[in-house]
Design a protein around this ligand. Structure first.
Ligand SMILES: NC(=O)c1ccc[n+]([C@@H]2O[C@H](COP(=O)([O-])OP(=O)(O)OC[C@H]3O[C@@H](n4cnc5c(N)ncnc54)[C@H](OP(=O)(O)O)[C@@H]3O)[C@@H](O)[C@H]2O)c1
Length: 283
């Protein structure tokens, strides 16, 4: 069954908490329809969110985005049920406390923050074409400004690990680099794609093993903004007055330079092979 809805529609990944949840609230409050592509449920105690789900303005699809089987099932269901996407926010992500590998046997940050956003973009292009805004915003970070080197060939199997400034930062840089690299091609199809740093937001959650260096946890608790700040920056990256800016990376709401842009093509080629050879061959 297709949901016959004509309002502006955003798809937000990782909409169940933190910045993604605040972005969902902001969009709903402006009468958008929101499709959440989440691993966890929306908060059951949040009556406003629950009522948006009951009235159909907020629709939830579930998947661990690092599991290609689950991802494919969720994307197929979205394609069967939804009629348009105006803005795609690839937002799910986060810093892990140690090296872990996905079901497909690639480092988890790389799978979630570099590969999966590409697959979601490629698979949902048709729905983006049916929307009127045709914009993609990939949530990145300024943490990669600290990187002194960047090697696309080690993204899948890093040889070293550091919280936040290791694979987390490198795979977000890879995300911003493929965003920049693919922008001219996306433009030919009428799609604008950008990446944006949502700034420092206090999204510490009880029970989550932190991937932050120990000295940053108190800083986050005391000095970082509420996640509504990050949500506003992502919203502006999509819908602010940026004219024809395509492929750009926003930091503090302004276009910022990316490092290692000569590596963008290699990153894009690498994830495109994964998409075409692994994901597309799933039945
Ligand atoms: N907070 C900051 O200061 C900051 C700064 C720069 C960039 N960012 C970026 O902003 C984005 C949102 O982060 P946040 O701070 O709002 O953190 P958060 O509250 O932990 O939200 C992260 C969201 O991503 C989801 N997610 C994580 N792994 C997933 C998986 N394998 N499959 C599906 N969903 C998954 C989480 O779902 P679960 O609830 O199931 O874990 C959650 O909904 C991330 O990309 C993060 O890297 C944050």
């Amino acid at each position: 069954m297709r949901t016959e809805m004509n309002g502006l529609t955003a798809l937000v990944t990782g909409a169940s908490s933190g910045i993604g949840l605040e972005l969902t609230r902001k969009l709903l409050s402006e009468d958008w329809h929101v499709i959440g592509l989440n691993r966890s449920n929306f908060p059951v105690e949040d009556e406003w969110i629950q009522s948006a789900m009951r009235n159909g303005k907020l629709r939830e699809y579930k998947a661990d985005l690092t599991d290609f089987g689950q991802l494919k099932q969720a994307l197929d269901t979205i394609k069967a049920r939804e009629t348009r996407i105006d803005v795609l926010f690839n937002n799910a992500g986060g810093s892990l406390a140690e090296i872990r590998y996905s079901k497909q046997n690639r480092e988890m940050h790389f799978e979630l923050q570099t590969v999966t956003p590409y697959i979601i973009f490629m698979e949902l292009k048709e729905l983006l074409h049916k929307g009127s805004i045709r914009t993609v915003v990939n949530t990145s970070t300024n943490a990669f400004t600290m990187l002194k080197s960047f090697h696309p060939e080690t993204l899948e199997r890093p040889t070293k690990f550091k919280k936040l400034f290791g694979p987390y930062a490198a795979t977000k840089l890879a995300l911003s680099l493929w965003t920049r690299e693919i922008a001219p091609l996306a433009e030919l199809e009428g799609i604008t794609i950008r990446s944006a740093d949502p700034g420092g937001n206090n999204t510490i959650r009880k029970g989550n093993r932190s991937g932050l260096p120990f000295y940053l946890k108190p800083v986050m608790k005391l000095f970082f903004s509420s996640p509504s700040k990050g949500a506003s920056l992502l919203y502006d990256a999509a819908l602010g007055h940026h004219g024809g800016l395509n492929g750009v990376f926003f930091m503090k709401g302004k276009v910022a330079e990316l490092k290692f842009i000569d590596q963008g093509r290699r990153v894009l080629d690498k994830i495109d092979v994964i998409y075409k050879q692994e994901f597309k061959s799933l039945t």
